[in-house]
Design a protein around this ligand. Structure first.
Ligand SMILES: [Zn+2]
Length: 126
């Protein structure tokens, strides 16, 4: 899978790659310009990989959230994997975090927003 491999290589090098709607956003130091250009040139494959990252997390979080709220409980901190995360990693999936002091990685953050929007459609994000 070109998209997954390229996305993994870009992130390990230090690029932040995410989707903002249909727009592919690539951020990082200028020294990674060639790699960033490669990511942009492969936008369709990268977009598929990014959507997949969020989709499986959304499915996992949705299951946990629905179980909790269907019994009248509060919405829990939603996780995409049940295993405890290593120190300094995403508290939801356990993947390495791109920046210190973050709680969730970008795909887990987007997955959590999707679940909340579905369960609480009247909540507005500011
Ligand atoms: Zn995560």
């Amino acid at each position: 899978m070109v998209g997954v491999d390229l996305l993994d290589r870009a992130r390990r090098a230090g690029l932040v790659v995410l989707l903002d709607g249909d727009r592919l956003v690539v951020r990082g130091p200028k020294r990674l310009q060639v790699l960033a250009s490669e990511v942009i040139a492969n936008k369709p494959a990268i977009s598929i990989a990014l959507h997949h990252e969020v989709d499986w997390r959304t499915d996992a979080m949705h299951t946990h959230a629905v179980q909790a709220v269907s019994h009248g409980g509060p919405l829990p901190f939603m996780v995409s994997r049940d295993t405890p995360p290593p120190p300094g990693c995403c508290l939801s999936c356990g993947d390495p975090l791109p920046r210190p002091h973050a709680v969730r990685c970008a795909p887990c953050g987007e997955a959590a927003r999707r679940v909340v929007r579905e369960l609480y459609p009247v909540v507005r994000e500011s």
